[in-house]
Design a protein around this ligand. Structure first.
Ligand SMILES: *Cc1c(COP(=O)(O)O)cnc(C)c1O
Length: 414
């Protein structure tokens, strides 16, 4: 077999001789890939899409620290500090607050796997991709899913939600605070109270908005809130943040069935994160290095203060909006109060292909911006100003890049 392979790939030459074992009962039939024998090469880019964002320098340094074991007391200390950081960022005193070992989707699944049982009624605000994802996961669980479908660019009023609650009597409502596929900011005041009047829990996705737009979990009566590490927090992707209210905890405890997922069983995670006052037991190996980064991200947010972070995002996005309008571009969300300060959706200008513009800006400026996603594909370009990337300087860079792209990208005469 080895001889056949060596003949088939003469380019391997002496390398091939190196990896073919002489003693083993089986000879290797897959050689070491040539690509892996070259050094890793990664370009430097300004990430102004909807995430990930660039790492804050302090966060990047954290990822070079020595690895500890996932059950070492120093790692537990880091986890305890993360928990406090999440409580601050979410403005909650919920004891059941922790980081999930996975990106934002894993936090969404953690919420749904634990809150929903087969047959439960689940009401979903579906005004962009995230509601569609939540509905998909709800169906996989066997819930009765009722999407309140809305054109991309819109958000839900209290009245619309009340109608949905009255009609479907759901146990859970899903809303997206920062709808990053459309650039919409969903108001949240009053929604928790409304849900509770209907014996419904409120689940909110704040992956794209946490740290960039005000959110007050306890005061807004949000029962489960989650966010991600790689947007405003400027951490690497791979961890996410989640918190459960006491109401949500009661719903989890009252389950008739175990959650389908072992990895995301919140009662097991609660023990790992010392939320249940019992000795911590091994559940899975946490991404220890990712936790260092997340700890540093939350430390930066605590040092800077939530209010000043919100203000920085508000100012940077207002400046971006004025630069975009100065280029003759149209913001996708008409109502200024409903524009998300972290991610801006701008209508694809008439006659242009969004792919040409995105590629032009990547190829000529090393800047990432994005097209639409799900229901907004082909309709918008999306520009993210997330965390340390929310600066006037970056707005100027992306506005210049867009201006050139408008001059050089092909334009169909309509
Ligand atoms: C990015 C994003 C997610 C998904 O997060 P992943 O980290 O890619 O799993 C979920 N919700 C919103 C609003 C997002 O912007």
């Amino acid at each position: 077999m080895f001889r056949a392979l060596a003949k088939a790939s003469p380019a391997l030459g002496p390398l091939a001789a190196g990896w073919a074992p002489t003693m083993a009962s089986h000879q290797l039939h897959v050689g070491p890939p040539e690509a892996l024998l070259k050094p890793l090469s990664v370009p430097s880019r300004l990430l102004l899409g909807p995430g990930p964002s660039n790492l804050a320098p302090r966060v990047r340094e954290a990822s070079g620290l020595p690895l500890l074991g996932h059950m070492h007391k120093e790692t537990f200390q880091v986890m305890d500090e993360i928990k406090q950081g999440i409580q601050y960022a979410f403005q909650t005193r919920n004891p059941l607050t922790l980081a999930v070992s996975g990106s934002g989707h894993y936090a969404l699944e953690t919420a749904l796997f634990n809150l929903l049982e087969p047959g439960d009624s689940f009401l979903v605000g579906a005004n962009g991709i995230w509601g569609l994802r939540a509905a998909d996961i709800g169906k996989r669980i066997g819930a009765r899913v009722y999407p309140m479908t809305k054109e991309p660019g819109g958000h839900y009023t209290l009245q619309e939600v009340e109608e949905g609650l009255a009609q479907h009597k759901p146990v859970l409502l899903f809303l997206t605070h920062g709808e990053s596929s459309t650039g919409v900011l969903q108001p949240l005041d009053g929604y928790g109270e409304l849900c509770h009047r209907f014996q419904c829990l409120l689940l909110v996705d704040a992956v794209a908005s946490l740290g960039g737009a005000p959110i007050h979990m306890d005061q807004q009566g949000i029962d489960v809130l989650y966010s991600g590490s790689q947007k405003v927090l400027n951490s690497p992707p791979g961890t996410s943040l989640i918190s459960f209210s006491s109401r949500a905890e009661r719903k989890v405890c009252a389950r008739r069935t175990k959650p389908f997922s072992f990895s995301m069983d919140v009662r097991l995670l609660a023990n790992l994160w010392a939320c249940d006052r019992k000795p911590r037991m091994y559940h899975h190996t946490t991404p220890v290095v990712g936790l260092y980064s997340l700890r540093e991200s939350l430390a930066l947010l605590a040092e800077q203060g939530l209010e000043s972070s919100w203000q920085r995002h508000r100012e940077a996005s207002a400046y971006l909006h004025s630069r975009l309008q100065g280029l003759g571009l149209q913001l996708f969300v008409r109502d200024p109060a409903a524009r998300l300060p972290t991610i801006t959706a701008v209508a694809v200008p008439a006659g242009y292909d969004w792919r040409d513009m995105v590629s032009y800006i990547m190829d000529h400026f090393g800047i990432e911006i994005a097209g639409g996603l799900g229901p907004s594909v082909g309709k918008v370009l999306r520009i993210g100003l997330l965390g340390c990337n929310a600066s006037r300087e970056n707005v100027d860079r992306v506005a210049e890049a867009l201006k050139e792209a408008l001059q050089h990208c092909p334009r169909n005469k309509l």
